[in-house]
Design a protein around this ligand. Structure first.
Ligand code: NAD
Ligand code: ZN
Length: 356
């Protein structure tokens, strides 16, 4: 098992490894002030698949089972989770444990952020994508008019990442989550990207130790950016690489039809092509495209440009109605740039040709 420390205003440990879950009680005992009571909020599917080890290693006073995945991030489930916290009699020194993917973490984190104006929580991520979402303290639920539109910054007190959860993750979820690992390499570490491109030839047969190494590396990169800019005043925006066009594709296709990371991969290839034109990128984008297609990413989208453009105009990074993109001057050297509609359109059609 390995341990890292994240410094983001407060500092907290990230435990990562085969049997990390066994450390849960020790981690909780070490929290100051002492924890008075514990509510476990857990994804339904995760509980079904991992009940035995969860019951054995997470000793909670109350348990509330959340609907699987994204359905948990609603006002209704938020109210129910609050109700569970109240019924369990949680006080200001209590703790919420979030066990599940990014959706569970976001809902449980937001519940913790707002229960009695904020109590502590621990993330127990169970997906690859959640290596990203469990660290950094962004919490949110969805509104019918927009995803993640109600939320807050609230750092966890610890992250316990037991890789044995990942063994039951469906391949599509593996691929979706792995896109964010690749994103971390692209924005921060040329060497790490080369390792990924060399080692990862089949997402179904990922070597477990290599996966743990890659997740740890991804967490370190995210942790380092969040340490420098917790509230996204500047460089935290780099974590949005691939997300401007990617989010537009995700929203256009209806959230859930294409998974988040699948759309982010489309968005990253788009941003790389745009970087060749509008930044100084000399990296071999064609080789990268061949690699991601060979491990199963589908770069095709039927979304018409005008509709994607309208969606991109709503992106949170924009200022004064100008569309701003994270581009790469090189692998590991992100920059934020305003882009004209004409260029966005050209790259949309270039990507379409590459995807075919
Ligand atoms: P998710 O939480 O929706 O989980 C995906 C699916 O996998 C669900 O059906 C879930 O039941 C199932 N699942 C979870 N763990 C499993 C396991 N070990 N075995 C089998 N099935 C399992 O999806 P996700 O991709 O982990 O997270 C996506 C969410 O994360 C989105 O809501 C996104 O907005 C959010 N997110 C947040 C941040 C942040 O910084 N807070 C960053 C990125 C993404
Ligand atoms: Zn993302």
């Amino acid at each position: 098992m390995e341990q890292l420390t994240i410094n983001a205003g407060v500092s907290y440990p990230v435990l990562i490894g085969e049997n990390a879950l066994r450390e849960t009680n020790r981690v909780i005992r070490e929290l100051k002030p002492a924890v008075t009571s514990i509510l476990l909020l857990i994804d339904e599917r995760v509980y079904e698949l991992h009940k035995e080890s969860v019951d054995r290693h997470i000793q909670s006073d109350a348990l509330y089972i959340l609907p699987a995945g994204e359905q948990a991030k609603s006002f209704k489930v938020y109210e129910q989770a609050m109700g569970a916290a109240l019924e369990a009699g949680l006080d200001r020194h209590s703790l919420i444990i979030a066990c599940g993917g990014g959706a569970t973490g976001d809902l449980a984190g937001f519940t913790a952020a707002t229960y009695m104006r904020g109590i502590r929580y621990i993330q127990v991520p169970t997906t690859i994508l959640a290596h990203d979402s469990a660290v950094g303290g962004k919490t949110a639920i969805n509104h019918p008019l927009g995803k993640n539109m109600t939320g807050s910054f609230h750092q966890p007190s610890a992250v316990i990442y037991d890789r044995s959860f990942l063994e039951t993750l469906p391949l599509r979820e593996v691929r979706s989550g792995f896109a964010e690992v690749i994103k971390h390499a692209l924005i921060a570490d040329h060497q790490f990207l080369s390792e990924l491109m060399y080692e990862v030839t089949d997402l179904e047969k990922l070597d477990k130790d290599f996966l743990q190494y890659a997740l740890k590396k991804g967490i370190e990169i995210k942790g380092d950016i969040v340490r420098q800019d917790e509230r996204e005043q500047n460089i935290r925006a780099f974590l949005n690489f691939g997300h401007t066009y990617g989010h537009a594709v995700e929203a256009w296709s209806g959230f859930g039809e294409k998974l988040h990371g699948e759309c982010v991969m489309i968005g990253m290839v788009y941003a790389l092509l745009l970087s060749e034109k509008k930044a100084e990128l000399t990296f071999d984008v064609n080789r990268f495209v061949q690699w991601v297609v060979s491990i199963g990413y589908d770069l095709k989208t039927k979304a018409p440009f005008d509709e994607l453009l309208n969606l991109m105009k709503k992106d949170k990074k924009n200022l004064n109605r100008k569309i701003r993109f994270v581009l790469l001057n090189n692998v590991g050297e992100p920059v934020l740039k305003e882009i004209e509609e004409e260029d966005l359109k050209d790259i949309h059609f270039l990507l379409k040709r590459k995807g075919e």
